[in-house]
Design a protein around this ligand. Structure first.
Ligand code: COA
Length: 238
């Protein structure tokens, strides 16, 4: 079992199935909390769920992502899981994504772990207030993330003002943020264009973000013509 809650495990997620009588899931590191994610959880009833939780080969906290109408939701709440965030999946084809000019005075660099201190400052400024950032705890682990996927940072001078970590060739945008005083200048748009190029070079065709459901994130991805997909509630048991 990889170390839970550490972002560096996200892009090498390997899940093996876990079964109990009347219940199953796939445990692995959570991408949104310092926890073990129980993916695709199914349980016949509370007793089956309790047996499954007993069988998880790692200590809590555990987290689960469920659709609003998933029958597992009420069972999980009864078992002490509490909601901590809501996410929405946004996706689009890379083809047709408009390329934009780089905002003045900004350059893109491939992330290097020696930038960790500056990165963690930018990460905090950008993501403070998001429930998933709070649930990840600090450090999130992305500061050690060089070389695992496409990890690009936007720089103004020596300051990191935005970042985007994308799993390629799948095109999954895991971690995207821009510091508040640099927003609405096209920095995130430029980072997503860069993620699209890296994904295409690696053989991918689409971009997908499972983003915390906030007005800014929805407005941003809608502006880039991403399609809205599934909404899911994230539940955590400490
Ligand atoms: C979402 C976020 C990354 C956008 O970064 P940004 O650099 O400000 O985005 P851009 O300037 O490239 O915006 C492109 C377009 O998206 C739309 N948009 C972006 N933020 C918006 C907002 N808060 N409200 C309404 N529309 C918005 C606009 O149409 C904008 O174009 P315009 O400024 O010409 O009108 C930034 O607000 C952020 O870091 N939020 C916190 C972290 C987060 O939610 N990350 C996404 C989840 S992975």
């Amino acid at each position: 079992m990889p170390r839970p809650g550490c972002a560096w495990t996200i892009w090498s997620r390997t899940f093996s199935s876990l079964r109990a009588d009347g219940a199953s899931c796939q445990p692995g590191p959570s991408p949104t909390a310092r926890a073990v994610r129980l993916d695709n959880l199914r349980a016949r009833d509370g007793q089956a769920l309790a047996a499954l939780l007993e069988a998880v080969p790692a200590d809590p906290p555990y987290d689960v992502a469920v659709a609003p109408d998933d029958p597992a939701g009420p069972l999980l709440r009864e078992a002490g899981f509490e909601p901590y965030a809501t996410t929405v999946t946004m996706s689009r084809a890379i083809e047709g994504l408009p390329e934009r000019d780089t905002p003045e005075g900004v350059r893109l660099l491939t992330y290097d772990n020696s930038m960790a201190a500056r990165y963690e400052e930018a990460e905090f400024d950008s993501l403070d207030g998001l429930a998933v950032f709070a649930a990840m705890g600090r450090p999130t682990g992305y500061g050690e993330g060089a070389g695992f996927g496409d990890f690009t940072v936007a720089m103004r001078g020596e300051r990191i003002i935005g970042f985007c970590f994308t799993q390629v060739p799948e095109g999954i945008i895991w971690w995207l943020g821009v510091v508040p005083d640099e927003r609405r200048h096209g920095i995130a748009r430029m980072l997503v264009s860069s993620a699209a190029r890296a994904t295409r070079v690696a053989g991918g065709t689409h971009l997908l973000a499972d983003t915390e459901d906030t007005p800014a994130a929805r407005a941003f991805f809608r502006a880039l013509r991403f399609r809205e997909g599934t909404t899911r509630h994230l539940l955590l048991r400490r």
